[in-house]
Design a protein around this ligand. Structure first.
Ligand code: FES
Length: 279
């Protein structure tokens, strides 16, 4: 199937689905020197069609990449973002990592679990919500955080999270605290994760005031990060004495402008043994 997209498939997909999946998967595979590297986005592509990594989706990926279904399954079962059963329209992820947990994440999860009647990685009977405990989403400054299809809902409480879930179940629009102006479906999100942008990546504010608070204080006080010792160059290479800070990359006097100092700077195409320059 790799060479001929129209070749017979063992999947149960209809012809139109095979044609569109094949076109998208071919585009994904073309992004990589080794087409097999496209498996991860291809699994998201399958989820954008089936709502989970289905048996047909596994066979499709295997046929496209010329690998076994077992090899595809081995990857799909390793990562929690790949679902082995139909996902809800919305994944509601409650961060229960350390900071969010102590700030109320555990209480939010317990309340949602009771309210929805489902546990971790389980889906409500109406197919609206799959509830998950999730790991840190680098939004600790807004703890506790709830994600809906990976959009941020910051500074949540059991009450606000429950109200959010109720709106999702009723099909009402919800507005993330930051980032995109709306929440798309799990299938739409999966297509974005497969590498087909929906144009919403730059919507809204990414880093809000709490995120930038430290930067603001540093600028007010003139603080800068200490130079890494590895960037300070010895005097004999033209970069200043050891221990001196190097100018920022790209500025006058930085390593980008360093004068040739050893034969390795000027000789090309010749393999040297370690320490040869020191002789
Ligand atoms: S611990 Fe929840 S976002 Fe970091």
């Amino acid at each position: 199937m790799t060479a001929d997209p129209q070749a017979a498939t063992k999947t149960g997909y209809d012809a139109d689905t095979v044609a569109s999946l094949t076109a998208d998967a071919t585009a994904i595979m073309a992004r990589y020197p080794d087409p097999r590297s496209g498996l991860l986005p291809m699994l998201h592509l399958v989820q954008s069609v089936d709502g989970y990594v289905s048996r047909d989706g596994i066979l499709f990926c295997a046929e496209m990449l010329g690998i076994t279904a077992a090899e595809v399954s081995a990857v799909a079962t390793f990562y929690t973002q790949y679902k082995r059963h139909p996902n809800g329209t919305y994944t509601v992820g409650v961060c229960t990592n350390t900071l969010c947990a102590v700030m109320g994440g555990d209480a939010i999860f317990d309340e949602l679990s009771d309210h929805l009647g489902v546990g971790h990685d389980e889906t409500t009977d109406d197919g609206a919500i799959t509830l998950e405990r999730i790991e840190c989403n680098a939004a600790c400054d807004y703890a506790p955080v709830v994600m809906v299809n990976w959009e941020f809902f910051d500074n949540q409480t059991p009450e606000t999270a429950t109200a959010l879930a109720d709106k999702l179940i009723l099909g009402e629009d919800v507005v993330p605290t930051r980032g995109a102006a709306s929440v798309c479906s799990f299938k739409q999100m999966s297509r974005v994760l497969a590498g087909f942008p929906d144009g919403r990546a730059d919507e809204g504010t990414g880093a809000g005031e709490p995120t930038l608070a430290g930067l603001k204080v540093a600028r007010e006080r003139g603080w800068t990060a200490p130079e890494s010792p590895s960037r300070a160059e010895p005097a004999e290479t033209g970069g200043g004495a050891a221990g001196e800070t190097s100018p920022p990359v790209g500025t006058p006097g930085s390593s980008a402008e360093r004068k040739p100092a050893t034969s390795s700077d000027t000789e090309t195409g010749k393999d040297k043994k370690p320490g040869e320059d020191a002789k």
